[in-house]
Design a binder for this molecule. Structure first.
Ligand code: FES
Ligand SMILES: [Fe+2]
Length: 428
């Protein structure tokens, strides 16, 4: 149970707040690279700041204030030029660093006045990686975007999925260090949603949490596994500071403001040997719905949709003054302590956990991955056809994670892998 002030400290991400400062030390995925192909500007809200993401005519990316510093017009209606974004009201043009590089009328009427040299728009750096656009809102010099090992894997079909979640980011992230919920929220609840009364899933017998360089690892022994099982020897990863990593996919919980979160998931599926070499020209993206428009209830058919039901169910901002933590929550307590320690480190002029600045080391950052060889080496067509379960983690034949995968993405996946999807979600 936390004091109200502690709870607020974890939740508030606006400029100048302790958590806002901490989260501004990291790059965050905020959009898909392919998203700006059709429309080069996109209004976004990040950590309580209203911004516009753009791709200019030279292919450069920028992220600037939503409002023009002249008379506050909406820059998301601006138009991109060879360099930068031009306000559509009076034509002032800004580059990706926020410098005003053209002021058409002012320059004509007073060529020596250099008014433009006195005006800036707020601007943050943007970089592309793994089919996503990442933003950094902290002070310079910016660290590197971690080059996680799966981003370097070959012969894979990737996709990026977004969901808009109407609750605070921190309760979403606490779900990243919660092994026991798999048994109940995903396994047993899915059984019940499928109208069966059982049998229930093997129970958790033992759990363990370990801090490591890139976050925390949670390990488990279930009734049907032992300490030789990779669920115990390798475990799953709560990736610092705001993600979950399970092997074939990442899930980032990006704070939009204190009451909203952008869920960003990146999936990798290995193509079978007979489809190699496979190079994906464009990583598709889509937005997964979370509410059933007919019933007004949250969608429960897919794994991450189930998680989202937990997150939004905790309230727009979970009231941690009313919680009762048990032994299953040891990981939650550990990560809360780490965030607090990181805030202290920042106060002392030090860097928080999980900042990467060494280019060589960032060439490929290894992570604990159950079944890693499947993602790297892949399978023959025959092995895939004869896979003992109906869900092969490296080349799945169902998209179990998010509801609403568009037909077009499914077709692209099938064309790439030759695996026919049977996506009816968990409940059939
Ligand atoms: S308000 Fe943007 S140029 Fe005038
Ligand atoms: Fe979950």
């Amino acid at each position: 149970m936390l004091k109200e002030s502690q709870n607020r400290m974890f939740q508030e991400v606006g400029p100048g707040t302790p958590m806002g400062n901490l989260m501004r030390h990291y790059w965050h995925p905020v959009a898909a690279v392919a998203e700006l192909d059709g429309n080069p500007t996109k209004p976004i809200r990040l950590m309580g700041e209203n911004l516009v993401l753009y791709k200019d005519l030279s292919g450069g990316y920028g992220l600037v204030d939503r409002h023009c510093p002249h008379r506050r017009a909406d820059m998301s209606y601006g138009f991109v030029e060879k360099c930068g974004l031009r306000c559509n009201y009076h034509g002032w043009l800004f580059d990706e660093k926020g410098a005003c590089i053209e002021q058409p009328f002012e320059e004509m009427i007073d060529p020596d006045g250099n008014f433009k040299g006195k005006v800036n728009i707020k601007a943050y750096p943007v970089e592309a990686k793994a089919g996503m656009l990442w933003a950094y809102m902290g002070s310079e010099p910016a660290p590197l975007i971690p080059n996680w090992e799966p981003f370097t894997w070959k012969n894979g079909f990737s996709q990026v999925v977004f969901s808009d979640i109407p609750c605070n980011w921190f309760q979403c992230q606490e779900n990243s260090i919660d092994p026991v919920h798999f048994e109940w929220m995903h396994a047993n609840w899915s059984t019940r949603l499928g109208n069966a009364e059982g049998p229930y899933a093997p129970t958790h017998q033992k759990i363990k949490f370990e801090e490591f360089e890139h976050g925390f690892i949670y390990k488990r022994v279930r009734e049907d596994t032992d300490e030789e099982n990779p669920l115990w020897t390798v475990g799953r990863v709560c990736l610092w500071p705001n993600a979950l990593f399970t092997g074939g996919h990442f899930e980032w919980r990006v704070p939009v403001d204190d009451e909203n979160t952008l869920s960003v998931s990146w999936f990798f599926s290995r193509v079978p040997h007979d489809r190699e070499p496979f190079v994906q020209e464009r990583i598709p993206y889509w937005t997964s719905p979370i509410k059933d428009p007919e019933t007004g209830r949250w969608i429960s058919s897919h794994i991450i949709n189930q998680d989202i039901i937990a997150w939004v169910g905790q309230g727009v901002q979970a009231d941690r003054t009313q919680e009762h933590l048990g032994r299953s929550d040891e990981g939650i307590i550990m990560i809360r302590k780490r965030y607090v320690d990181d805030m202290k480190r920042i106060d002392n002029g030090e860097e928080p956990k999980g900042i990467y600045r060494d280019k060589k080391a960032n060439g490929c950052i290894d992570l604990p991955i159950i079944g890693k060889e499947q993602f790297i080496n892949g399978h023959t067509r025959e092995e895939i056809d004869n896979f003992p379960r109906d869900y092969n983690p490296s080349t799945p034949n169902r998209f179990l994670f998010h509801a609403g995968q568009p037909e077009e993405v499914r077709k692209q996946y099938e064309a790439a892998t030759g695996v026919k999807m049977m996506d009816k979600g968990i409940v059939e």
